[in-house]
Design a binder for this molecule. Structure first.
Ligand code: S3P
Length: 449
């Protein structure tokens, strides 16, 4: 099990870009593999989660060629050969690793096929709720067996069937559920609709548009006529704002710092963290330089003394993955930060309310835990501690950032999991920690195959 050791920094002046967006990379692999031709995908995220989805598509018949790769990880630029909606039966159960997005989206895709398939994952994924997708997909006519030790959990055996369109009102605000139902809807005759209780990330809808699949959003209802063929296209994945979030918090909380994150996704369903850091006192400017499909741009942030804030209920789905690192920002801010309406955190890669609260307390932070969130009483100097990631990439990274502000050396145990979403995090952390300023120090080693 690998560890990261982190000590406090006194300044942060850096310019760099973070690897490709995880949510968008999963979807690019899936839609590219369904499309009617060849798609070149650049800035693909070569993280374990996305590589598993890419391999899943290959197991379903969609071959890919590697054009460029990140040394030691996997392809960053690839050509995927679409199957014109006709997938092949996989020869073996498909491994989704740690990825909830991979498993749930693939389940939607596989529900309407004329073969049986099986999806499995690691211990964390095998304990996460799958009823949220099997219920609507069963309503469409799919036949699932949940084979996990925990009821309603993976492995999933999917007996593909002829599906009918439905109109589904989601009980939880989940982009994964929305996307699973819409992907299944592609294989129906008629219009499938999903009504979401709050706005969730809309990457699936935007990627449908890029592949010329018509899909309409009206208020909180998304409707997709079935039987459409995604038209192949080339796609460039923006940097992942959820990965940028770690450095944004570090810069926001350090007076005198300046950080420029380049070419990052600025989709409004993902940028709630910027609003929160702004309310806490950080000085920030966003410049959008590409508005086609997914907005992409730069974020420049300057550190300032932070004060606590209250996360708004409607912001929660749009910053759900950033909450562990927002909790770290809250610990560094004067006053109280209230994070509520975030019960969904309990069913992420770990129960992120428990793992965040436990590790904040180890660092001497006064924090109250609630069923749906936490209140953090911030502003005292953090103490270095021995942190457990519990195999959760975002916990490992959030507490690496906390370590940059703590007195003494913080040791984060179990950091291999970081590769599920941010290959090269340790390299960027080291460049920041050793107070390098040259953008070249942040470039991850890419080579042709
Ligand atoms: C994701 C949606 C979110 C998020 C996850 C990625 C996606 O989950 O937490 O990391 O790519 O659709 P929910 O939609 O279940 O909230």
């Amino acid at each position: 099990m690998s560890t990261l050791r982190v000590k406090a920094i006194s300044s942060l002046h850096a310019e760099f870009s973070v690897p490709g967006d995880k949510s968008i990379s999963h979807r690019a692999a899936i839609l590219g593999g369904l499309s009617n031709g060849t798609c070149e995908i650049s800035n693909f995220l070569p993280s374990e989660d996305c590589l598993n989805t890419l391999k899943a598509m290959r197991a379903l018949g969609a071959r890919f060629d590697v054009i460029e790769k990140l040394e030691g990880y996997g392809p960053t630029k690839l050509r995927i050969h679409g199957r014109s909606m006709k997938l092949a039966a996989p020869e073996a159960p498909i491994d989704c690793g740690n990825a909830g997005t991979g498993m749930r989206l693939l389940a939607g895709l596989l529900a309407g096929q004329d073969f049986t398939s099986e999806l499995f994952g690691d211990a964390s994924l095998s304990s996460r709720p799958m009823g949220r997708i099997t219920v609507p997909l069963a309503e469409m006519g799919a036949n699932f067996e949940t084979l996990g030790e925990k009821p309603g959990c993976a492995p999933l055996k999917i007996h593909g069937s002829k599906l009918k369109p439905i109109s589904y009102e989601m009980p939880v605000a989940s982009a994964q559920v929305k996307s699973a139902v819409l992907l299944a809807g592609l294989f129906t005759e008629g219009t499938t609709s999903v009504i979401q209780p709050a706005v969730t990330r809309d990457h699936t809808e935007r990627m449908f548009a890029a592949f010329r699949v018509s899909c309409r959003t009206q208020d909180n209802k998304i409707s997709l006529p079935g039987g459409q063929m995604p038209e192949s296209c080339d796609f460039s994945v923006p940097g992942d704002i959820s990965s940028a979030a770690f450095w944004l918090v570090a810069a926001a909380a350090l007076e005198g710092s300046r950080l420029l994150i380049k070419d990052v996704g600025l989709n409004p369903t993902r940028t709630a963290i910027l609003k929160v850091l702004g309310r806490m006192g950080a000085h920030m400017t966003e410049t959008v330089h590409s508005k086609n499909g997914e907005p992409i741009g730069n974020i420049e942030i300057h550190g300032a003394p932070l004060t606590g804030t209250t996360l708004l209920p409607e912001e929660i789905p749009n910053l759900i993955d950033e909450i562990p690192v927002i909790a770290v920002a809250a610990a560094l801010a004067k006053g109280q930060t209230h994070i509520r309406n975030a019960r969904e955190l309990r069913v992420k890669e770990t129960d992120r309310i428990t793992t965040t609260v436990e590790n904040l307390r180890k660092m001497g932070v006064d924090v109250e835990e609630f069923e749906d969130g936490m209140t953090i009483h911030g502003g005292s100097r953090l103490k270095a501690a021995s942190i457990e990631s519990h195999g959760d990439h975002r916990i490992a990274m959030a507490f690496s950032i906390a370590g940059l502000f703590a007195k003494g050396e913080t040791v984060i145990h179990g950091t291999d999991c970081i590769n599920t979403s941010y290959p090269g995090f340790a390299h960027h952390l080291e460049a920041i920690r050793s107070e390098r300023r040259n953008p070249a120090d942040f470039i991850l080693p890419t080579t042709a195959p």
